[in-house]
Design a protein around this ligand. Structure first.
Ligand code: F6P
Length: 500
C-alpha cells in the first residue's frame, strides 16, 4: 500500500472540498429530488442511506479513484486468498473463512484452513447442543444454567455485543461477561451464581493476557473452594490458539476450542470466541449470523465500488477525516440491544487504524483513524448531541435504526424511530432563528443511516461484517496494516514488570 497523498487524485479531492464552502447539504437535496433514493443501498435486511453527506457523483468518482490508486481490489483479494497481509506479524487475515458458506480451499502455509474451521464448528455445535440440551452436566450432576465468558478486547466486546443484540433469540443458559481486571466486575457477576450450575468459557487467543488470566484464576478458586479441583473439567472450557498454556492452567485438552493466528482478536467473534453466543441463541441462529456476514463478504468482493456499502461508507469517512478535518465520528444505535456497538467499534476501528506509520514503516503525514464514540439513542440526545448540533466541530455520525418492533409497544417504537429521523433532519437541515443566534442550529452536518429490517442473527451478521470491511477499506486507503496492534504491547510489558 502506498501513501494516498502521493496520488494525483488527493489534490483533486482538496479542490473538490473547497467547492463545498458554498454548497450545503440542503443545496444538494434541492438540486436532486431523488437524492435520498439514489444514494441508498439495500443488501437483504440492511440498508445504508448515505445521502446526507457532502458529495456529488463527481466527488464519489474521485474517492473511488483514490481507492483504485491504493489498490483496494488487489488488497481485498489478497485478504480473501490467505496472503499474509498482516506483515508485521507475518500472518494471513481470514475472518472471512470463518463464515464462508463454500468449501473452496483457502491455503495458509500450504494447509487448507477450511476443513479446520469446519471441524471447529462441528465441535462447537456438539458442545452447544449438549449444554443446552442438558447432556453436559456440572460436577454435581446438575444442568448448566449460567455461562460466564472471561476474556477482554476482541475476546469480549464482540461476543458481549452479540449476546445483547440477539437477546430476543436467547433460549439457552444465561450468559454473562467478565473482562476488567477490576474485581468489581467478577464479584458482581458471580454474586448470585451457583458454582454447581455455572460454566466458565475462558476466551483468550494468546492465553497470556493478564486480565483474563487473573480473572480465570479467581473464578477457578471460587469454583473449587466449593466443588473441589476435579470440578474444573466440567465447569471450564477454553477458546485459544495456545494449547500449552490452557493445559498448564488445568483445562483438559478435550475442553479446548481452537483459534488460529490468522484470526485477529477484534475479528474473532465468528470463531469459537463466539461459543458463548451460540450457547445463548443456539447453533442454528449462530450459523444464521455467520451467513449474514458471508453475504456481506460476497457483496464486498463482488459489487462495483459505486454500489458497495462498506467501500462507500469507508470512502465517505476518509473524505471527512482527511479533507474536512473531522477528528471524530459518532455512532448512535437507536436500539438498546446495540448499546455495546460503540465500544465494539472503538476497538475495531481505533485498534485497527490508530496507526502513524505505513505498513512499510514509513512515517505518515496525514490523519488516520478518527476518535469513534457513541451511545444509544435516544439517550445520546440528552448528553452529547448538543455538541453535534451546535459545537464548533462538524463531524459525521452513523445512526442505526431497527424497523421491526420486537417489544409489542408500538407507540414507543414509533417515538424511537421518529427521534432518529428528527435528529438526522436537524443535523442535515438545521434551523435558522431570525432573532437569536443561540437558537440557531447551523445544520449542514453529515450523517449516514443504517436501517435493519429487524434485529435478527442474519442482519446482525451483515451489520458487523459491514463495519469490518469498512475498517479494512480505510486501512488500505491510509496505506497501513489494520491487523496488528503493537501500540498495546508496551503497556502490557510495563505492567508486567511493575511491582506494587
Ligand atoms: O488489547 C490488545 C489485545 O491484543 C486485543 O487485540 C485482543 O483482542 C485482546 O488484547 C485480548 O487478547 P487475547 O484474546 O489474546 O487474550
Amino acid at each position: 500500500m502506498g501513501k494516498p497523498n502521493a496520488s494525483a487524485v488527493w489534490e483533486k479531492l482538496k479542490a473538490e472540498r473547497n467547492g463545498f464552502e458554498t454548497r450545503t447539504l440542503s443545496d444538494l437535496f434541492l438540486a436532486d429530488k431523488s437524492r435520498a433514493e439514489n444514494f441508498a443501498i439495500k443488501l437483504d435486511g440492511l440498508t445504508l442511506d448515505y445521502s446526507r453527506n457532502h458529495f456529488t457523483n463527481e466527488t464519489l468518482s474521485l474517492l473511488i479513484g483514490l481507492a483504485k490508486d491504493q489498490k483496494l481490489p488487489e488488497w481485498r483479494s489478497k485478504m480473501y486468498g490467505g496472503e499474509k497481509i498482516n506483515n508485521s506479524e507475518d500472518r494471513a487475515v481470514l475472518h472471512t473463512v470463518l463464515r464462508t458458506q463454500k468449501d473452496d480451499p483457502v491455503f495458509v502455509d500450504g494447509v487448507d484452513v477450511v476443513p479446520l474451521v469446519r471441524a471447529a464448528q462441528r465441535k462447537m455445535a456438539a458442545f452447544v447442543a449438549d449444554v443446552r440440551g442438558g447432556e453436559w452436566l456440572g460436577a454435581t450432576g446438575e444442568a448448566i444454567t449460567h455461562v460466564v465468558n472471561i476474556g477482554i478486547g476482541g475476546s469480549d466486546l464482540g461476543p458481549r455485543l452479540a449476546v445483547s443484540a440477539l437477546r430476543n433469540y436467547a433460549d439457552g443458559p444465561e450468559v454473562r461477561f467478565v473482562a476488567n481486571v477490576d474485581a468489581a466486575e467478577l464479584v458482581g457477576v458471580l454474586k448470585d451464581l451457583d458454582p454447581a450450575t455455572t460454566l466458565f468459557v475462558v476466551a483468550s487467543k494468546t492465553f497470556t493476557t493478564q486480565e483474563t488470566m487473573l480473572n480465570a484464576q479467581a473464578a477457578r478458586r471460587w469454583l473449587t473452594s466449593v466443588l473441589g479441583d476435579a470440578a474444573v473439567a466440567r465447569h471450564f472450557v477454553a477458546v485459544s490458539s495456545n494449547q500449552d498454556n490452557v493445559v498448564n492452567f488445568g483445562i483438559a485438552s478435550s475442553n479446548i476450542f481452537p483459534m488460529w493466528d490468522w484470526v485477529g482478536g477484534r475479528y474473532s467473534l465468528w470463531s469459537a470466541v463466539g461459543l458463548c453466543i451460540a450457547l445463548s441463541i443456539g447453533w442454528n441462529n449462530f450459523e444464521s449470523m455467520l451467513s449474514g456476514a458471508a453475504a456481506m463478504d460476497d457483496h464486498f468482493i463482488s459489487t462495483p465500488p459505486n454500489r458497495n456499502m462498506p467501500v462507500l461508507s469507508a470512502l465517505i469517512g476518509v473524505w471527512y477525516r482527511n479533507f474536512w478535518g473531522a477528528h471524530g465520528r459518532a455512532v448512535m444505535p437507536y436500539d438498546e440491544r446495540l448499546r455495546d456497538l460503540p465500544r465494539y467499534l472503538q476497538q475495531l476501528e481505533m485498534e485497527s487504524n490508530g496507526k502513524s506509520v505505513t505498513r512499510d514503516g514509513e512515517a505518515i503525514e496525514y490523519q488516520t483513524a478518527p476518535i469513534t464514540f457513541g451511545e444509544c439513542g435516544s439517550v445520546s440526545q440528552h448528553s452529547f448531541h448538543q455538541w453535534l448540533h451546535q459545537g464548533t466541530d462538524r463531524i459525521p455520525s452513523d445512526f442505526i435504526g431497527v424497523i421491526r418492533d420486537d417489544w409489542g409497544l408500538p407507540e414507543q417504537h414509533k417515538a424511537l424511530i421518529l427521534n432518529l429521523k428528527a435528529q438526522a433532519d436537524a443535523l442535515t437541515y438545521g434551523y435558522v432563528d431570525n432573532k437569536s443566534p443561540q437558537l440557531t442550529n447551523p445544520g449542514d452536518r453529515p450523517c449516514s443511516i443504517l436501517w435493519l429490517d429487524g434485529l435478527d442473527p442474519y442482519n446482525f451478521g451483515l451489520l458487523l461484517a459491514f463495519y469490518e470491511h469498512r475498517t479494512f477499506t480505510q486501512g488500505v486507503i491510509w496505506g497501513i496494516n489494520p491487523f496488528d496492534q503493537w501500540g498495546v504491547q508496551l503497556g502490557k510489558k510495563l505492567a508486567a514488570k511493575m511491582e506494587m
